[in-house]
Design a protein around this ligand. Structure first.
Ligand SMILES: NC(=O)c1ccc[n+]([C@@H]2O[C@H](COP(=O)([O-])OP(=O)(O)OC[C@H]3O[C@@H](n4cnc5c(N)ncnc54)[C@H](OP(=O)(O)O)[C@@H]3O)[C@@H](O)[C@H]2O)c1
Length: 217
């Protein structure tokens, strides 16, 4: 049985947890306020789910998903995440997250920043351009003409392979937008982001190519 550690139990973390349980994973999930505040979610998810601290969720996961806004970029349990594939769902929104000068200048991307923060982990940008409730409501079997595609970016092929398998299990196709230095192409405001609700694989690949760098002021 594969265990997914999930750090962040808000809109995205809780929906990924529901999708993971529906696909026979075990999950260990954390928020910032402590496991006891997640009793309602754990009751809903059932016996294959438990709540923990962020460090315990990181340690328990065969791989780990960070579903925490970027403003907490320095706050993740790096030691427990070492050696693991880490999927990061964050979208950089300066009105919410504050300004990251190196990202704003185009020197780096937010997910390269996360990779810097977690040097012993294999970071992948994943699940960033789908509204959380759509993870369950728009899932489709392979080959369905209405099946949506999601992008993944990573510097590690094994992380791309894992995300591709996970997307497929969850009911989505994949477009590989690696390496992490290209991950800005699916950022908020880009065509792949704006059209997120209705892209198949070909449309998403085209939208990723149409992206133009934007530097927030
Ligand atoms: N919402 C969407 O549809 C969506 C879709 C794709 C991507 N995203 C991106 O994914 C990220 C998360 O979004 P969200 O909407 O899920 O946010 P959210 O609903 O605000 O949830 C954030 C979660 O992170 C937890 N958290 C914060 N700091 C933490 C820490 N240090 N350790 C452990 N947990 C911590 C919070 O716990 P507490 O509540 O206890 O503080 C909360 O459970 C954002 O960057 C967002 O842009 C969102």
């Amino acid at each position: 049985m594969t265990t997914i550690g999930i750090i962040g139990a808000g809109e995205v973390g809780s929906q990924i947890a529901r999708a993971a349980i529906a696909n026979s994973y075990e999950i260990v999930i954390a928020n910032s306020r402590g496991p006891e505040t997640l009793n309602g979610l754990i009751d809903e998810l059932g016996r294959r789910a438990r709540a923990a601290s962020a460090a315990d969720a990181a340690a328990a996961g065969d791989f780990v998903i960070i579903a925490v806004p970027l403003s907490r970029v320095n706050d993740m349990p790096a030691a427990e995440l070492a050696g693991k594939i880490v999927l990061d769902t964050n979208n950089y929104m300066s009105w919410r997250d504050g300004h990251f000068v190196r990202v704003d200048s185009g020197e780096t991307t937010v997910h390269e920043l996360r990779q810097e923060q977690l040097p012993a982990s294999k970071v992948a940008k994943a699940f960033t351009h789908i509204q959380a409730p759509s993870l369950l409501s728009t899932s489709r079997p392979a080959g369905d003409p209405a099946r949506r595609a999601l992008s993944v970016s990573s510097d590690f092929p094994e992380a791309v392979e894992l995300v591709t398998r996970l997307y497929d299990q969850f009911g989505f196709d994949t477009v590989d937008n690696s390496p992490l230095s290209e991950s800005w192409r699916s950022a908020p405001g880009q065509p792949a982001w704006i059209d997120h609700a209705r892209q198949n694989r070909e449309e998403l690949a085209l939208n990723l190519r149409r992206a133009v760098p934007v530097f927030p002021t």
